[in-house]
Design a protein. Structure first.
Length: 163
């Protein structure tokens, strides 16, 4: 683990009541961290992210996220049917978040956070890994991504709307 990765891991682990426990969990792959102190998280439905990116391909989505959320970090939870992305945002976002159809997790919610080097499946991984201590998405940029994805989903023909 290089110095930057160690610093980011320490910063993330500090959101846990017992940072040493978080480090042990990171060693196993995923730590359960509480939102609200270092970061909060906006839970994004995969169809919205994929529509905004114009693709479901992980590399294409990652490139899109790097452009749309250049200073941020995004987790992709690829387990099961309910596939989600979690954009890490600054503490305090929850109280001001008003984007319809997309939830900002309440402070104090436990979130599975993969170790910093985990950038591919299986399981949760960083679709957009943090590049520095405090790598957080701007909430307005996340809202813009959501608006784009929702707009594109509304424009996509569905079987009910086709003649």
């Amino acid at each position: 683990m290089n110095q930057t990765t160690r610093a980011i891991t320490d910063w993330l682990a500090a959101s846990h009541d017992a940072p040493a426990q978080a480090h042990r969990e990171f060693d196993a792959g995923i730590a359960l961290l509480r939102t609200g102190t270092r970061f909060e998280a906006i839970r994004l439905p995969a169809p919205v992210v994929h529509a905004a990116a114009g693709s479901e391909d992980p590399d294409t989505v990652a490139a899109f996220l790097a452009t749309a959320l250049p200073s941020g970090a995004v987790i992709h939870d690829a387990y099961g049917v309910g596939v989600w992305y979690y954009a890490l945002v600054p503490p305090g976002t929850y109280t001001a978040w008003r984007t319809p159809g997309v939830e900002c997790l309440r402070p104090g919610t436990w979130l599975g956070v993969p170790r910093v080097e985990r950038t591919a499946r299986p399981g949760p991984y960083w679709a957009l890994p943090p590049r520095a201590v405090g790598s957080l998405c701007a909430a307005q940029a996340v809202a813009g991504l959501v608006a784009l994805g929702q707009h594109r989903l509304r424009q996509t023909p569905t079987p009910e709307r086709t003649p």
